[in-house]
Design a protein around this ligand. Structure first.
Ligand SMILES: C[S@@+](CC[C@H](N)C(=O)[O-])C[C@H]1O[C@@H](n2cnc3c(N)ncnc32)[C@H](O)[C@@H]1O
Length: 257
């Protein structure tokens, strides 16, 4: 007998009928099992789907696909904290995710850098409302604003002695190709453009950028991005099949670890 149920995959949740729909728990679990063979794949805020759902956390289809899940967020948070630990002790860090989505990367960076001021910008009103609701349900000290990344970054105030940490993961749009990988100049908006804006806007601050990359990246786009920083290093997290892993490019300006 044919199984006629729809496949819970990236196509259905990010581009199809479930994009702007709040998912039921079984749908989150089915996305995990259909797409990754793991009903708990969308673990976020340090919890499995059944646990976060029981606490009132809810996700849209698109955010289930776009979010940084726990295993990746934890690895990113650890690496960011390890770089921060190499700087001379001074004022606490300010952590900003200009494309906050679920806010789960902020959650993990905060876990590894407790006491930091943590702010996220999210331009989509529906994603923003749910993320704000989730953060309130879990009583997390994370400030999420419903704003475009440019307006958010233009208006945030950061003291000149504060280290500014940015996690940069804009939507990939058509920047990703299964064969040639990710072109960092073609995300929406382009990562190179975002970094240029940051370096200009925060020219008086010490910056640490953690930019989400993929195992396969256009080498030219990577070279152009790294050239903008004083120091940079790439980390790939082996959580998926070889060739399908995410990672970060760490880049500093105004200081070097
Ligand atoms: C890949 S997701 C981010 C994942 C997120 N960092 C996390 O921890 O789960 C990208 C998010 O950026 C939002 N976004 C897209 N363009 C934006 C913009 N110009 N300004 C602010 N947010 C934007 C999208 O609505 C989406 O929720």
């Amino acid at each position: 007998m044919n199984d006629l149920r729809p496949l819970y995959d990236r196509e259905l949740l990010l581009l199809g009928a479930k994009r702007n729909v709040v998912l039921d728990l079984w749908e989150v679990q089915r996305y995990g099992s259909d797409s990754y063979g793991d009903t708990d794949y969308i673990s976020i805020y340090g919890m499995r789907p059944a646990d976060w759902h029981a606490k009132g956390v809810r996700l849209l289809g698109r955010t289930a696909v776009e979010c940084t899940r726990d295993r990746l967020g934890d690895a990113i948070g650890k690496d960011v904290a390890a770089i921060v630990a190499t700087r001379p002790p001074s004022a606490p860090a300010v952590v900003v995710d200009p494309f906050a989505g679920s806010g789960n990367t902020l959650y993990w960076v905060l876990r590894h850098l407790p006491g930091s001021r943590v702010v996220g910008f999210e331009s989509d009103a529906t994603v923003f409302r749910l993320t704000r609701h989730n953060i309130a349900a879990l009583a997390l000290p994370i400030d999420i604003l419903n704003t475009d990344y440019l307006s958010g970054l233009a208006s945030i105030s950061v003291a000149s002695d504060e280290l500014l940490i940015l996690f940069i993961a804009p939507p990939w749009g058509d920047a990703f190709d299964r064969t040639s990988g990710l072109d960092l100049r073609r995300t929406t908006p382009p990562i190179t453009e975002i970094v240029d804006f940051l370096l200009h806007r925060f020219s008086q601050n010490r910056l640490l950028c953690a930019i989400q990359v993929y195992e396969v990246v256009s080498p030219v786009s990577m070279a152009k991005l790294r050239a903008r920083f004083d120091w940079s290093a790439r980390r790939i997290y082996e959580l998926n099949m070889p060739g399908q892993n995410h990672g970060i490019l760490l880049g500093t300006k105004g200081w070097a670890p």
